[in-house]
Write a protein that binds this ligand. Structure first.
Ligand code: HEC
Length: 246
C-alpha cells in the first residue's frame, strides 16, 4: 500500500512537472459543422488561449471534449439549437476549458459575439455532474481528523468551514503551491508554527523563557504523514478566483 502510494505521488509529481514543461498545451474538441461555421470557435479560441495559454484544436474524432446536439450537458444556445458538451477525456486542459465556459469571463466572451448588436449565443447554466467522490485512504481519513483537531483553529481545512483567523491561508489555497508537499512536511519549521508545535523526537523543546503563546499542538510524524495524504486529495483552490470562505 505504502509503495503504491509512493509511486502514485511520484507519478503525480512527474505529471505536474511535465505540465510546466509541456510545449503543447492543447485541448482537442469535436463539434457540429453548424457551430464551427457560425464562427463561434474563431472567436473564443484566441480568447481562451490568451487567458489560459491552452490551444483548442478542432478534430473530427478522438476529441477530449465532444460538443454535439444530443449528448452531454446543455451549455449553449444558438437560436433554437441547443448544444451539449461531453468531456470524454478528463484532464487538466479539458477541465480548464469547462471551467472557462462556466466562468464569468467565459460567459461574457460568449455573449459578446454579436450580430446587428444582438448576441448570437446564450450560455446556459450547466448542470453539475455528480461530484467525483474522493475516496480517502485510511491515512487520509486520519489526516482529516488530525487537521480538524490541530490545524482548523487557524486554517480552513475542509469545505464549508469558516476560517477562524481570516488572514491564515486555507489548506485549499496552500494546495495550489507546486511545493505544497514540502511546505506541509516541514510546516513545523515555518513560522508561526515553531512557537507552538511539538513533534516528539523532531522539534526542540520550547525555550523556558519563551513558552508557547497558545496551547501547543502535538502530533507525531505518522499523523503528519496522514495530514499530507489528506491534503493531497483535496482540490486546490481555483487560481484566479479569490479563495472563498463559505
Ligand atoms: C495558531 C494558528 C495556526 C495553527 C494552529 C496552524 N497554523 Fe499553519 N499557518 C498559520 C499562519 C498564520 C500561516 C501563514 C504564515 C505566513 O503566511 O507567513 C500558516 C501557514 C501554514 C503553511 C504554509 C507555510 C509556508 O510558509 O508556506 C502550512 C503548510 C501550514 N500552515 C500547515 C499547518 C498544519 C499542517 C497545521 C496543523 C498541524 C497548522 N498549520 C496549524 C497559523 C496556524
Amino acid at each position: 500500500m505504502r509503495i503504491v502510494k509512493y509511486i502514485c505521488s511520484v507519478i503525480l509529481l512527474v505529471t505536474s512537472l511535465s505540465y510546466v514543461n509541456a510545449e503543447e498545451r492543447i485541448v482537442t474538441m469535436s463539434a457540429p459543422n453548424s457551430l464551427i461555421a457560425s464562427g463561434f470557435f474563431d472567436y473564443i479560441i484566441p480568447r481562451f488561449k490568451l487567458k489560459t495559454q491552452i490551444s483548442v484544436k478542432l478534430v473530427s474524432d478522438s476529441a477530449m471534449i465532444a460538443i454535439s446536439k444530443n449528448s452531454g450537458r446543455a451549455f449553449l444556445k444558438m437560436g433554437d439549437i441547443v448544444f451539449k458538451i461531453d468531456v470524454i477525456e478528463e484532464n487538466n486542459y479539458s477541465q480548464k476549458f469547462l471551467n472557462w465556459l462556466k466562468s464569468d469571463v467565459g460567459k461574457k466572451t460568449i455573449s459578446s459575439i454579436q450580430e446587428n448588436d444582438e448576441p448570437v449565443f446564450v450560455s446556459l447554466e450547466m448542470e453539475e455532474v455528480a461530484i467525483r467522490q474522493v475516496r480517502l485512504s485510511g491515512d487520509a481519513k486520519l489526516g482529516l481528523e488530525q487537521s480538524q483537531q490541530k490545524c482548523a483553529r487557524c486554517h480552513v481545512v475542509e469545505k464549508g468551514r469558516k476560517n477562524s483567523i481570516g488572514s491564515t491561508p486555507s489548506f485549499f489555497a496552500l494546495r495550489t503551491f507546486d511545493d505544497w508537499d514540502l511546505r506541509f512536511s516541514g510546516f513545523y519549521l515555518l513560522r508561526p508554527h515553531p512557537a507552538f508545535t511539538i513533534i516528539p523526537d523532531v522539534t526542540e523543546p520550547f525555550d523556558d523563557s519563551r513558552p508557547a503563546p497558545i496551547v501547543p499542538i502535538e502530533l507525531n510524524l505518522n499523523e503528519l504523514q496522514a495530514i499530507i495524504a489528506y491534503v493531497q486529495n483535496i482540490p486546490p483552490a481555483d487560481l484566479g478566483e479569490p479563495v472563498k470562505h463559505q
